[in-house]
Design a protein around this ligand. Structure first.
Ligand SMILES: Cc1cc2nc3c(=O)[nH]c(=O)nc-3n(C[C@H](O)[C@H](O)[C@H](O)COP(=O)(O)OP(=O)(O)OC[C@H]3O[C@@H](n4cnc5c(N)ncnc54)[C@H](O)[C@@H]3O)c2cc1C
Length: 491
């Protein structure tokens, strides 16, 4: 119970804590070294006693080690670009099937956003039934569901267990590692990849494909008729490296400082790949708060409330932030709120500040004579309403409305909050938009670019928090890895 509460709370990213978050983000992302994963381990081998490629999760280790990448490349190897969960899983599928794999990441180490997710307890997946799980992907369900058949919530748990990470189901049905950390899982995962022979090239920023008119002096290998010659910015300058095929797993466009900066968008667009613009998902929203509310209540949690919007109602909690509203309850509605704002310029959800009290009871208490007591102390003593809840009522109703018992009672059960914008993409938990499904075949290969597969958050799907994001990223990595193996398998 307690673990699950912690998990939910952790996904409530509070904007007012972002400055502090910056410190711990720096601490945890520094915790990984970029020690290369070396080739040569027997295929299919389980973790060997090779040294960890990560430092203990709470220490900061030097991070500048780069596997020398051949300037001529290897048409025998498949490139995976992007070392988040989707790319690491694609690498595991490829290497597990016996392919040589080179994994590139722009950052000094892989899995930085995954480690950040670990700060919130690492909600790996969800235990609800398959149909309910698949329904979380909304309009993209038809495309995501086959991935989940290949590698769904049960497989995620079994996979984690295979890495020595036991999981548990919280009271909300969300699934977490028992330790509620990402670092042990990532360490074990990298050990497995190392044992499978995956070569990791950190600080290799993919720049696109080498044209024959590439930058002067950049060696270009002959990749053969189906091969890919990829351009990378490396600590040793720009390189063009040939591969048999490539899986792109470049992430979305949020938390750019962890590597997912969306800079790949023009690289694919200029090759004729259809893309939906990256937009914030699981994000906070802006309201035009008064200076008073901002100064006195920014950061205050709104607990035990219900939010209604577009015919749906749900209980939970959120936070009154400096800019508006943040937190898990708001994230759950973020797609609908964002789309309404795009369409109408604003979205007006309502908050039920006392979901355990019916409207009649609230009205009876509010209209009860209050004598000399102020409205605030009347609400506190009759209904237990105080602090930020009372402040929000005053913010929306004004002094006049607070003295109108009928309006006040109605507002307690359905307080309209006008939201005018989503918070910026970079602050969001995840991104909507990305590579359009129509640009891909069922094997996640780009129709316009045979030999190029895509996986993870860079595809045009979105889902709420609850473990759906990681599950779909891992599953799409499996699907792309297997499909690539089938088509470009060991020669
Ligand atoms: C605060 C926070 C908490 C979260 N908690 C959870 C959770 O508990 N459960 C859940 O399901 N989801 C959670 N998520 C979402 C989840 O972490 C992401 O959906 C997931 O990491 C996306 O995986 P990915 O592999 O597609 O991309 P990413 O993890 O973003 O990885 C992409 C990788 O590509 C690399 N890259 C990008 N461009 C280039 C380039 N040009 N060249 C080379 N490399 C490049 C990046 O450096 C990065 O390593 C959370 C997200 C955040 C921000």
């Amino acid at each position: 119970m307690r673990r699950d509460r912690l998990g939910k709370a952790a996904l409530t990213i509070q904007t007012e804590k972002r400055a502090k978050a910056g410190q711990w983000v720096r601490a945890i992302v520094g915790a990984m070294t970029s020690s290369p994963i070396r080739p040569g381990a027997p295929s299919g081998a389980v973790a060997s006693p090779a040294p960890d490629s990560m430092a203990p999760s709470d220490s900061v280790a030097p991070a500048d080690s780069v596997t020398p990448a051949g300037t001529t490349g290897s048409t025998n190897s498949v490139a995976v670009v992007g070392g988040g969960p989707a790319g690491l899983m694609a690498a595991e599928a490829l290497a597990g099937a016996g392919l040589a794999v080179d994994l590139y990441d722009a950052m000094p180490s892989v899995g930085r956003k995954f480690l950040l997710a670990g700060k919130g307890g690492l909600n790996l997946t969800h235990s609800e039934d398959f149909d309910a799980f698949a329904a979380r992907f909304g309009a993209a369900r038809a495309r995501v569901e086959p991935w989940l058949h290949a590698f769904g919530p049960d497989e995620v748990r079994a996979w984690a267990a295979g890495l020595g990470i036991e999981t548990f189901i919280g009271s909300s049905g969300r699934v977490f590692p028992v330790e509620k950390k990402a670092a042990p899982l990532l360490r074990a995962w990298l050990r497995r990849l190392r044992a499978l022979g995956v070569r990791l090239h950190a600080r290799h920023r993919w720049l696109g494909w080498a044209a024959h008119a590439a930058a002067p002096g950049v060696p270009i290998a002959d990749a053969g008729p189906t091969g890919q010659v990829l351009r990378f910015d490396t600590p040793d300058g720009e390189r063009a490296i040939a591969h048999r095929a490539v899986i792109l797993a470049l992430g979305g466009g949020s938390w750019a400082r962890l590597g997912s900066d969306g800079a790949w968008v023009p690289l694919l667009a200029e090759r004729g790949v259809a893309l939906a613009p990256l937009r914030p998902a699981n994000c906070g929203f802006e309201a035009r708060w008064s200076e008073h509310l901002r100064a006195q209540h920014a950061g205050a949690p709104l607990k035990s409330i219900a939010l209604s919007f577009a015919g749906r109602s749900r209980r939970g909690e959120c936070v009154v932030s400096e800019h508006g509203l943040e937190g898990s309850l708001v994230y759950a509605y973020s797609a609908a709120l964002r789309d309404a704002i795009d369409r109408d310029g604003r979205a007006v959800p309502t908050l039920d500040l006392l979901p355990d009290h019916n409207a009649e009871r609230v009205r009876a208490e509010v209209t009860r004579p209050r004598g000399a007591r102020s409205v605030a102390s009347h609400l506190r003593s009759r209904l237990g309403l105080q602090g930020v809840k009372t402040a929000l009522l005053r913010e929306v109703l004004g002094a006049e409305g607070m003295h109108d018992p009928e309006r006040l009672a109605a507002a307690i059960k359905a307080l309209p909050i006008t939201l005018v914008a989503a918070r910026p993409l970079d602050e969001a938990i995840s991104s909507a938009g990305g590579v359009a499904f129509d640009a891909l075949d069922d094997a996640l290969m780009l129709k316009a670019l045979p030999g190029v597969f895509c996986a993870g958050e860079m595809l045009d799907w979105e889902a709420p928090t609850g473990g759906y994001l990681l599950t779909a990223c891992l599953a799409s990595g499996v699907v792309a890895g297997r499909a690539c193996t089938q088509r470009f398998g060991p020669r």
